[in-house]
Design a protein around this ligand. Structure first.
Ligand code: ATP
Length: 294
């Protein structure tokens, strides 16, 4: 029996701006998202009904799993799919600001498209993914994307030059909704210059890219969880010069130009923290090769 293997990549935000709170309660954001090599492994086979199994005790297995919801949308839409069995080997920490759940949902859409030859084009997959959550369209696309609206409107931009990423996840998770609720936009002193950042990516100005990381949500998360602010400061004291919280946190990452520097820093960080991951920014080719028929 044929099955599909999909690498479901994590993301980091290189810049994340919040422009205003909308009348529908959501916040209007503008951000540059970057796929990184840290990934969950998703295996999908034809089955009866929809079954999702993961190896992580805190990730729901049934209808609450975003991967399940993605499968349900496609099973309802395409009668050629009898049902599916999905196995997710979680390696991306959960509730971490790394879009792990969204990435799993995107992997299911990409995988089912291939396994059942659904012939969905990018536009159709983006429309379906938009029904599942703000970060899912990015996870279908990538590797480097400008996102706006709630985050669901996306445009691919020039891919980020290869950078090494060391991620440190505190021992607790953060609920994104709490972080937005606690955000005070009047207190923001420095909004990112997103158009300048995109220009820097166009001309591969690595120094601009690493020197202008900015995440407006740090203000809110740091107030709710002072440990995250402390973590950022500790990583700077350990020698990382380009450090930022990803998404709504609590994961903090440090960027390095060389693998060696990143490996050295990982060794240092592991002396103080349990959850330390090393990854690199992804190229378009790596994104294109993430789905494999087994
Ligand atoms: P984002 O960066 O998009 O805000 P996140 O990385 O902070 O996401 P997730 O890891 O996606 O957060 O998990 C958020 C919640 O979603 C978890 O608490 C978990 O219960 C639920 N969830 C549902 N499906 C999944 C999945 N496939 N993987 C991980 N979490 C999932």
């Amino acid at each position: 029996m044929q099955q599909i293997f999909v690498k479901a990549f994590a993301k980091i935000n290189l810049v994340l701006d919040v422009l205003k709170k909308r009348e529908d309660g959501y916040h209007e954001v503008e951000m540059i998202m970057q796929a990184i090599s840290l990934h969950d492994e998703v295996i999908i086979k034809p089955g009866k009904g929809i079954k999702v199994v993961t190896n992580h005790p805190l990730v729901p297995n049934g209808e609450k799993n975003l991967a399940y919801k993605a499968a349900q949308l496609l099973v309802n839409k395409y009668s050629v799919i009898p049902g599916v069995e999905i196995y997710i080997d979680k390696k991306i920490p959960i509730a971490a600001g790394l879009a792990g759940g969204s990435s799993n949902a995107a992997a299911v859409i990409l995988g089912l498209n291939e396994l059942f030859t659904l012939n969905m084009d990018m536009e159709e997959m983006l429309t379906i993914s938009g029904q599942l959550g703000s970060d899912v369209p990015f996870c279908i696309s990538g590797p480097t994307v400008l996102a706006w609206g709630r985050g669901e409107l996306i445009k691919e931009i020039s891919e980020c030059p290869l950078l090494w990423v060391v991620l440190v996840k505190p021992e607790f998770g953060v609920q994104t909704a709490d972080v937005y609720r606690n955000l005070n936009l009047k207190e923001i002193v420095k909004h990112p210059h997103i158009s300048e950042y995109i220009k820097a990516l166009n001309i591969k100005d690595v120094n601009y890219v690493i020197n202008n990381l900015n995440n407006i949500l740090e203000q809110s998360t740091f107030k709710l969880y002072p440990e995250v602010k402390k973590l950022k400061e500790s990583l700077q004291l350990l020698g990382a010069n380009h450090v930022l919280m990803s998404g709504s946190g609590p994961t903090v990452f440090a960027l390095f130009k060389s693998r060696e520097e990143a490996l050295n820093f990982t060794r240092q960080a592991k002396k103080y923290y349990n959850q330390v991951y090393i990854a690199h920014t992804l190229s378009k080719q790596e994104i294109n090769e993430r789905v494999k028929l087994l």
